[in-house]
Design a protein around this ligand. Structure first.
Ligand code: GTP
Length: 362
């Protein structure tokens, strides 16, 4: 069975060094014989950074919007077309500098419904001098956005340390740890080094901390505050002002995690036990979605589960789709989910084989 195409998402405030990191990663991957492809998102209608990327790297540009909000719906199709045309074995996405990574997760995981992909890491690049300056100054919304980008990361690159003094580093690291206590943190100049996330076999769900308790992300309103208008003079009709507070200690020290588990099935499974499994998910698993071929049914079913409600309908795709279930929740035990879904699959297979052999004996 082929492996899912890993997706790496690069975030970090404007000018922090995302493209610099992207280039380093591309060099590394190409030297390792991999075939990467890139999605670059720019708020403006021209992609300057794209010029920096080598001509031989397949690249899709998403311009004039932000994949965390205004054009989030286009991301899945962009990845799909890139995969269809170029068949990459790694996908790298560079978000805009004002994107809140938590807002992109849904679009990326959505891709798993129609393509065999897997979000592996969110890598946040931190601009050391800017972060330090804001921390020591008025803080405010840009600082808060930087904090949110740090919070959502599974790997952290503290970049441009050549622009701060050695004495500043402990203060920076302390502050970063206030936002994200556990993601590996690398201090870099020109984003050199810190590529360990490419070698890690554990996927994002194991290490992903997110603002599970963060009111502006999880209040169900769909609203968020990511300082676009302040950072870019770029406003959205859904952007609203919160309390303007600096990062509130209420969720910094939270140990709640938002995690994703993506399960690909090899064989058709039975509808009834699967739907019972979904309906009985623990309350910490608040979102699930997927495409499944149920045993004895002619066409695949797309299911959506959110906060206790399961909806599913049959679809008639143009081409064969992977069979996949994506589960999202806080403190999600990937092992438990994997075991339960493997059991479902094995039981379905056993009953199918049993059915065939019974039929053959008759
Ligand atoms: N001094 C210094 N400059 C750096 C470092 N890393 C990157 N730069 C420079 O910072 C500038 C911005 O780097 P980029 O990699 O384009 O940053 P970005 O995050 O992609 O920027 P956006 O286009 O805003 O998204 C470039 O001129 C880089 O050469 C570093 O560690 N030290």
């Amino acid at each position: 069975m082929s492996h899912p195409v890993p997706i790496y998402l690069f975030c970090g405030f404007l000018g922090s060094g995302k493209t610099t990191l992207l280039n380093n990663v591309l060099d590394f991957l190409q030297e390792s014989g991999k075939k990467p492809a890139v999605v670059m998102n720019e708020l403006g209608d021209i992609n300057i950074d794209g010029q920096i990327i080598g001509q031989n790297v397949p690249m899709a540009e998403m311009l004039s919007g932000c994949i965390c909000c205004t054009i989030s719906g286009d991301l899945g199709m962009t990845i799909y077309e890139l995969c269809q045309t170029h068949e990459p074995d790694v996908i790298l996405i560079e978000a805009t500098g004002v994107a809140n990574p938590l807002e992109i997760i849904n679009s990326v995981t959505e891709t798993s419904l129609f393509l065999k992909t897997e979000l592996k890491h969110i890598v946040t690049v931190i601009d050391a001098p800017s972060f330090l300056e804001l921390r020591r100054g008025v803080k405010g919304r840009v600082y808060r956005l930087m904090g949110e980008q740090i919070l959502a990361a599974s790997s952290l690159i503290l970049n441009k340390i050549d622009k701060v003094s050695a004495e500043d580093l402990p203060e920076l690291e302390r502050e970063i740890r206030e936002w994200n206590a556990t993601a590996p943190l690398y201090s870099t100049v020109y984003a050199q080094g810190g590529l360990d996330f490419l070698h890690e076999s554990a996927d994002l769900g194991d290490s992903w901390r997110a603002a599970a308790k963060q009111p502006d992300v999880h209040d169900g309103s769909g609203h968020h505050d990511h300082a676009h208008e302040h950072a870019h003079n770029h406003t959205h009709d859904h952007d609203h002002d919160h309390d303007g507070a600096e990062h509130a200690p209420t969720y910094h020290h939270s140990h709640d995690h938002v995690m994703v588990y993506t399960h690909y099935f090899d064989n058709p499974i039975q509808r009834e036990p699967f739907e019972a499994f979904i309906q009985n998910l623990p309350s910490n698993v608040f979102r699930a979605k997927g495409v499944l071929q149920y045993a004895d049914e002619n066409s695949p079913t797309l299911f959506q589960y959110a906060f206790g409600q399961l909806e599913s309908f049959q679809i008639r795709p143009q081409k064969q789709l992977p069979q996949v279930a994506v589960l999202i929740g806080e403190h999600l035990s990937k092992t438990d989910m994997a075991l339960a879904l493997e059991k479902l699959e094995n039981d379905s297979e056993a009953s199918r084989i049993g059915g065939v052999s019974v039929a053959a004996e008759e």
